[in-house]
Design a protein around this ligand. Structure first.
Ligand SMILES: C[C@](O)(CO)[C@H](O)COP(=O)(O)OP(=O)(O)OC[C@H]1O[C@@H](n2ccc(N)nc2=O)[C@H](O)[C@@H]1O
Ligand SMILES: Nc1ncnc2c1ncn2[C@@H]1O[C@H](COP(=O)(O)OP(=O)(O)OP(=O)(O)O)[C@@H](O)[C@H]1O
Length: 291
């Protein structure tokens, strides 16, 4: 095998609770993660010359070790003393710095792909142990599907699959720093914790409405006051019949869950017409899980 092509899926957080802060600044979380059918195309090809070269369709992204996909390749190359080099091609469709784990998912695809390409025989857990060194969302992006994530996001338990529905993603044209959002949370009191157990119960019963009614994200309390457009987008989604609408991760992307695809399209159009953002996409829950 000389090359491998992979889909690096985006994630949304159906629930995101923060339980405490660790001495190193990271936070203990309790999150319900879900893959969606919005993806970057990641191609990894062996090349004779040693080293890593990376190209991407987004000119503003770093192509050296500032790119998390490059870092992932470097990690395996150093550990296994690989003599051949790799050419990584990223065709990005997932919005950047959005709360959709785009970079983490690219890194996960590189770890998974290089394990195959070079016959490294690492188990999924061994890949995830390496992934967490690159970012807290990387282990989940290796596993995918509907998952409870605890610890800093790396302790994963598989959940019953999320019932199928249409997902509208809308990313306002602002960038949010995940580090800054978690830091800002430290100076706030968390008044209401999201009902993560309610989401788990909804998933066990296969009850989409129970899941949607229980959704919550404590990081909204930090990001929304800074960027009220997030609340405006949620409102449009709700007005158009979303059964749930919430910010994903540290934001600023908002996702809406719809039972009816036409309503999702209507919300997409209204979000664009109101000038809230052009980056609005209709997609689906995607329950494929890597084993
Ligand atoms: C917001 C989420 O995307 C929700 O899934 C994740 O919790 C963040 O995952 P991520 O971006 O892969 O996180 P990392 O790249 O490891 O960390 C970025 C920054 O977020 C903060 N961070 C991240 C994860 C965590 N459990 N606690 C934190 O406080 C840290 O300040 C860190 O410097
Ligand atoms: N392969 C990559 N894809 C996207 N961004 C990357 C990549 N490599 C490095 N970056 C940098 O990482 C930063 C965060 O990008 P990313 O799209 O992963 O954020 P995110 O969606 O908020 O992720 P998360 O939900 O895991 O916090 C950007 O500022 C970007 O410059």
């Amino acid at each position: 095998m000389n090359q491998i092509e992979l889909k690096a899926l985006a994630k949304i957080n159906l629930g995101l609770d923060v339980l405490g802060r660790r001495e190193n600044g990271y936070h203990d979380v309790r999150m319900v993660m879900q893959s969606i059918y919005l993806y970057d195309e990641v191609k990894i090809a062996k090349k004779k010359e040693p080293g890593i070269t990376l190209t991407t369709n987004l000119k503003f992204l770093p192509t050296g070790d500032g790119n998390i996909a490059y870092k992932a390749a470097q990690l395996l190359m150093d550990e296994f003393d690989l003599k051949e080099g790799v050419q990584i091609t990223l065709n990005k469709h997932i919005p950047v710095a959005a709360g959709l784990a785009g970079g983490s998912s690219n890194a996960a695809a590189v770890l998974f792909g290089m394990n195959r390409l070079f016959g490294l025989r690492l188990t999924q857990q061994e890949l995830m142990n390496r992934g967490v060194k690159l970012g807290a969302d990387v282990p989940y992006c290796i596993m995918r599907g509907t998952v409870l994530a605890e610890g800093i996001g790396e302790e994963l338990s598989v959940l019953p699959a999320m019932p199928k529905c249409t997902v509208l993603i809308a990313k306002p044209p602002i960038s949010v720093s995940t580090k800054m959002v978690y830091e800002a949370l430290d100076s706030k009191e968390i008044v209401e914790h999201p009902d993560i157990d309610g989401i788990l119960e909804g998933l066990r019963k296969g009850d989409l409405h129970k899941v949607a009614d229980s959704m919550g994200n404590v990081l909204e309390d930090v990001t929304i006051p800074m960027h009220p457009v997030i609340a405006d987008i949620k409102q449009v989604m709700q007005d158009c019949g979303a059964i749930g609408a919430m910010m994903s991760g540290s934001g600023p992307t908002v996702f809406g869950l719809f039972e009816n695809r036409a309503s999702a399209r209507e919300a997409q159009k209204m979000i664009r017409d109101k000038g809230l953002t052009r980056q609005a996409y209709v997609t689906n829950i995607h329950n494929v899980r890597r084993k």
